[in-house]
Ligand binder design. Structure first.
Ligand SMILES: C[S@@+](CC[C@H](N)C(=O)[O-])C[C@H]1O[C@@H](n2cnc3c(N)ncnc32)[C@H](O)[C@@H]1O
Length: 375
């Protein structure tokens, strides 16, 4: 039994079952045995590959999105360029390389990375050695000023709670111990929920499961308020869905574990597998607009990258490349943008949050304003 599994089992035996959110938090960020505290999971030798690790084009285009947003803000002489959960620092490095050609952008940017893992901070420092970079432990710790913020696959790592329509009531899904002492899911009746979530579950068929990400909602509320008062724009890209705007109402268990590029039992290897849940973009957009920001999307990652010019960028990179490199670039472009039901261009989505006076940001259309068009 892994050290973390033993510790979680001890805690449950002593204090009772824990929420799915507590379980996720322990698995990902336990100070000694957490997944992100102990390992570097990215790439072919790790557990998963993220978009910035597939191709430099991803970070380059997001960099140009950030520079364009800065110009739309009136090119302020100083602004906070923040990334949430930068992993190996690859996206920010590609963003900064692509934006060298934008006069004044680098001089104005105060680069801040929000990263919980000390180990990954070291990796990010190495990737960004040529730049002045500061770290923050949480979004709330970012300095004041106009903000341009980006996050790729950050929100899906924030702990979720799961609620189930059980009989006439609502129960919370918990992690406890079975008769053999193994970790097992169970239900705790009488769960407390806000009125909107309660109403959604009451209308759903028995057994329907609703996921709520309290940390994601708090982040969206604070980000919305900050953009509305200090100015700026944010781009959140993640594996996710449109929540209650989905056909079927956005119910279902999306908690998943990935280990060595294969799906794993969520309870089998705490601290040794990546655990994520799909992001409910409608819930994030609603939270951010409630505190004053305007939201656009979510749109598919494929559409975003195409609108930002991935085809032209790929063609430019291929122009001087040899045949194997051309094939690699073309394969990466297709992988990032393909829009089949199970492909990245559709499964991954992008949500833009902006200061209300900013109007649009690159990659989004006026008709994609959240809450301002028919669902
Ligand atoms: C799936 S990785 C994505 C990395 C990178 N954005 C990429 O696309 O390659 C999630 C990142 O978010 C960080 N992270 C997750 N939850 C966090 C939290 N609550 N606070 C700060 N960083 C967090 C992880 O340490 C890691 O760097």
């Amino acid at each position: 039994m892994s050290a973390l599994r033993a510790e979680i089992a001890r805690r449950i035996a002593q204090d009772g079952p824990i929420t799915v959110a507590d379980y996720m938090e322990l698995c990902l960020f336990h100070p000694r045995h957490g997944y992100y505290t102990t390992r570097e999971p990215f790439g072919a030798s790790g557990d998963f590959v993220t978009a910035p690790e597939i191709s430099q084009m991803f970070g380059e285009l997001i960099g140009l999105w950030a520079a364009d947003s800065w110009m739309r803000l009136g090119s302020p002489a100083a602004f906070v360029l923040a990334e949430l959960g930068p992993g190996r620092g690859t996206m920010m490095a590609d963003m900064l390389r692509a934006t060298r050609v934008v006069p004044g952008f680098h001089a104005a940017a105060r680069i801040h990375l929000v990263e919980a893992s000390p180990r990954l901070r070291e990796r990010q420092a190495a990737a960004l050695a040529k730049h002045r970079v500061d770290w923050a432990g949480a979004f709330e710790d970012l300095p004041a000023g106009p903000l341009i913020l980006i996050a790729n696959e950050f929100v899906d790592a924030l702990p979720i709670r799961q609620f189930v329509r059980a009989g006439d009531g609502i129960a919370e899904r918990m992690v406890g111990l079975d008769a053999q002492g193994a970790l097992a899911f169970g239900l705790r009746p009488g769960a407390r929920l806000d009125e909107r979530a309660r109403a959604r579950l009451r209308m759903a068929p028995p057994g329907a499961l609703l996921e709520i990400c309290p940390a994601g909602l708090t982040l969206a509320e604070r980000l919305g308020a900050r953009l509305a008062t200090g100015g700026g724009a944010a781009l959140l890209i993640d594996y996710g869905h449109r929540g209650e705007r989905e056909a079927g109402g956005g119910f279902g268990d999306t908690l998943q574990a990935l280990r060595a590029h294969a799906s794993d039992d969520v309870l089998a290897h705490p601290g040794e597998a990546d655990i994520t849940a799909h992001v409910d973009f409608s819930a994030l957009a609603r939270a951010a607009t409630a505190t004053g920001a305007r939201a656009f999307g979510p749109i598919g990652q494929g559409a975003l990258l195409e609108r930002l010019g991935i085809e032209a960028r790929a063609a430019r990179l291929m122009r001087d490349a040899d045949e194997p490199t051309r094939a690699t670039i073309e394969a990466a472009r297709r992988r990032l943008t393909a829009t089949g039901d199970t492909e990245m261009g559709t499964l991954f989505k992008a949500l833009a949050l902006v200061h209300p006076a900013l109007g649009l940001v690159a990659g989004f259309a006026p008709g994609e304003a959240f809450g301002e068009y028919a669902a």
